[in-house]
Design a protein around this ligand. Structure first.
Ligand code: NAD
Length: 256
């Protein structure tokens, strides 16, 4: 059980981050939710999670594109036993047409944020004598596709950061690993289905199978619960000697 531990999940007011927060709370951890907004519904989400799992849940606003705000998130949380670097955005364009501001934002949010939060959290983990860092990379942290240069560079980068932090903490009760999901059915992905159905003149099942899951041999989406469950496993005693590596949850994508 993660009872008495505090888990911070960046980018967790929707999708995979929220799924991970649910599973960590179910496992008994107190949770800090985060995104760059500060809406009533963000705080309501924290209250709902707290009530559902009987743990302490707070929402802390911080923009993961800002080095200062990344570090302030950890400081404001006051404790960090489990750090999940999940915040991420995507932009699709050919390299020569890729907007510079999109490149910079993706590198900042998908890669540099994990450097800043990790740097701020490690002293707390060392003081507590225990810590788990879980970076949400992607199948695109291990393989590439065209037109996603910034995302793929950032995701390969976070796999490298994962290995380095693991070596720097290897003799301590701290581990650092990356989860590499394939396609996960989040609201963001769900919203693309009607457009793809129109663009390809296919029904839902065909577009999911032939277009969206073309590279996922299982022909099924991974779920946010599965990513959350993998995160909880990496926080367990069984995973104490798992560090500096990647776990793919991709229906066979990277076996192809
Ligand atoms: P999502 O858009 O539902 O979630 C992204 C989260 O990050 C949201 O909570 C959003 O508010 C937050 N966020 C965005 N910019 C932020 C910022 N500047 N500061 C703080 N928070 C910010 O998408 P998702 O699919 O749940 O993606 C979560 C992570 O999983 C990302 O790192 C993504 O690259 C990765 N991933 C997703 C898939 C997939 O198929 N959905 C596959 C592999 C990896």
């Amino acid at each position: 059980s993660l009872s008495g531990k505090t888990a911070i999940v960046t980018g967790s007011n929707s999708g995979i981050g929220l799924g991970i927060a649910h599973e960590l709370a179910r496992a008994g951890a107190d949770v800090v939710l985060n995104s760059f907004t500060d809406r009533d519904e963000d705080h309501a989400l924290a209250a709902e999670l707290s009530q559902q799992h009987g743990v302490n849940v707070r929402y802390i606003r911080a923009d993961m594109s800002s080095a200062e705000e990344c570090r302030a998130l950890i400081a404001q949380a006051g404790a960090c036993d489990v750090l999940v670097n999940n915040a991420g955005i995507q932009h699709v364009a050919a390299v020569e047409a890729f907007p510079v501001e999109k490149w910079n934002a993706i590198i900042a949010i998908n890669l540099s944020s994990a450097f800043h939060t990790t740097a701020a959290a490690l002293p707390m983990m060392r003081k507590a004598g225990w810590g788990r860092i879980v970076n949400i990379a992607s199948a695109h942290g291990l393989t590439a596709s065209p037109y996603k240069s910034a995302y793929i560079a950032a995701k390969h980068g976070i796999v490298g950061l994962t290995k380095t932090v693991a070596l720097e903490t290897a003799e301590e009760a701290i581990t650092c690993n990356a989860i590499c999901p394939g396609y996960v059915l989040t609201p963001l992905v769900e919203a693309q289905i009607p457009d793809q159905m129109k663009a390809h003149d296919m029904d839902r099942d065909t577009v999911v199978r032939e277009v969206m899951l073309a590279r996922q041999p299982s022909k099924q989406f991974a779920t946010v619960e599965q990513i959350g469950g993998t995160t909880v496993f990496l926080c367990s005693d069984a995973a104490a000697q798992i560090t500096g590596t990647t776990i793919s949850v991709d229906g066979g994508w990277t076996a192809l």
